[in-house]
Design a binder for this molecule. Structure first.
Ligand code: PLP
Length: 412
């Protein structure tokens, strides 16, 4: 006898985090399982942006850099993210995109290990991470090597040639979670530095960058941090590297005294040297407001709920979707699974389109993955039941097999 909807509703009723859902504007009739691509809008964002547009930009004009505190906005947003990722407020900054921060920090990290000529990463990493690493290697005269993706295979590839081990915390396709502390320690034992991309774990996992002794990290503002489309990203540099770290994009806002307009570049003390140019103030202030959704939220409790939701979803899938040709593409063990559940199916794209047409929004990743992001701040246990039932319904009726679901759109 499988799990009933009533049992799922009971889990929601006894869920101590259920009220957090009220902090988001979620459209009626939608089950949102794509917070790993674009988080929903936290409630305080529209009013904040209205104020920014009408008052701070509209009335305050250039005065708002000082009077409305725009110039300190990267620091304020960074302090909020620092708590979420287990770092000191002085170790995080908000700027640019994840890809750009990756470029800055890969170059910076490699420069701290002169004489070593390998950037080591894992196969299956997010494409932008690979592309950027290849470009950094070309510019600096290094080589990229891809190992893994299993942790033991990555550790076996660490040797005295590796300058930087650069890894994604969560595999964006399968949701497999890399052991951050263990791999960081292995990198250090080999004399290398560790850089982590926490785009798919920031906001859903109690990451603990300081506790894991990570050297550098980057992450995304618009996924589980809910900062809005194209929100600025963040970068982390462990305090012990602040004196020596040199990033390559030496724009004026990373200067020790931007408004001295000096002829020569002198990096700002500490994390501020990661800044480059003028921040996108509206996106940045939307992110800052969005991060208030995390006020008072215990990341350990969030992680526990996310694990419970994923375990329930997998149990329901086992019960209901057995004969439909789905394979579980994510680890069963929630300790090595991020906050997503992925299914493999030869008709993944069309099935996901049919699901989205029913208001159950996940996404598709080539070649055959249906991906469901499980954000514990607003996803309910009953949503897991309803999503599974909808997939079963779509398969039973052959509902996916319509021309409108079969040809890929520009953005998947
Ligand atoms: C989403 C994501 C990115 C996004 O990079 P942008 O430059 O912000 O577009 C980078 N890396 C990983 C691992 C991601 O999941």
């Amino acid at each position: 006898m499988g799990t009933t909807r009533q049992e799922c509703v009971a889990l929601d009723q006894s869920d101590g985090l259920a009220a957090l859902r009220q902090r988001f504007m979620l459209p009626e009739g939608v089950i949102y399982l794509d917070g790993n691509s674009l988080g929903p809008m936290p409630r305080q964002v529209p009013a904040r942006l209205r104020h920014v547009v009408e008052n701070e930009w509209g009335e305050g004009l250039i005065r708002s850099w000082n009077d409305a505190g725009w110039i300190d906005a990267p620091r304020r947003a960074a302090a909020r993210i620092a708590r979420i990722v287990g770092a000191g407020a002085d170790e995080v900054t908000v700027a640019d995109s994840t890809s750009v921060n990756l470029f800055k920090l890969l170059v910076a990290a490699a420069r701290l290990r002169p004489g070593r000529n390998v950037l080591l990463s894992a196969s299956g990493d997010f494409p932008t991470d690979r592309y950027i690493a290849d470009s950094v290697a070309e510019i600096l005269g290094l080589r990229t090597i891809c190992a893994g993706p299993e942790p033991d295979a990555i550790i076996a590839a660490l040797d005295e040639h590796v300058a930087v081990l650069a890894l994604c915390h969560v595999d964006y396709r399968t949701g497999r979670l890399n052991p951050m502390s263990r791999l960081t320690a292995a990198a250090h034992a080999a004399g290398a530095l560790a850089l982590w991309d926490v785009s798919h774990s920031a906001g859903v996992i109690d990451i603990g960058l300081d506790a894991a002794d990570v050297d550098f990290a980057v992450g995304c503002g618009y996924k589980y941090l809910n900062g809005g489309p194209g929100a600025p990203a963040f970068g982390y540099v462990a305090r012990r590297h602040h004196q020596l770290v040199r990033q390559p994009l030496t724009g004026w806002l990373g200067h020790a005294q931007p408004f001295a307009f000096a002829n020569d570049y002198v990096p700002a003390a500490g994390i501020d040297r990661l800044q480059c140019g003028t921040p996108p103030i509206m996106s940045l202030l939307a992110l800052e407001a969005a991060l208030e959704a995390f006020d008072g939220v215990d990341l350990t409790a969030l992680r526990r709920k996310s694990q419970a939701l994923g375990d329930l979803f997998i149990r329901l899938i086992d019960d209901e979707l057995g004969p439909c040709g789905f394979g579980l593409a994510s680890p069963r063990d929630s300790d090595v699974r991020g906050s997503q559940v992925s299914l493999a199916h030869p008709r993944a794209y069309a099935v996901m389109q049919a699901l989205i047409a029913r208001g159950i929004i996940g996404d598709f990743r080539a070649p055959d993955i249906l991906r469901f992001g499980i954000a514990p701040m607003y996803v309910r246990f009953a949503d897991m039941f309803d999503a599974t039932a909808a997939i079963a319904g779509i398969m039973a009726a052959g509902e996916w097999n319509q021309s409108r679901f079969l040809s890929p759109k520009a953005v998947t």
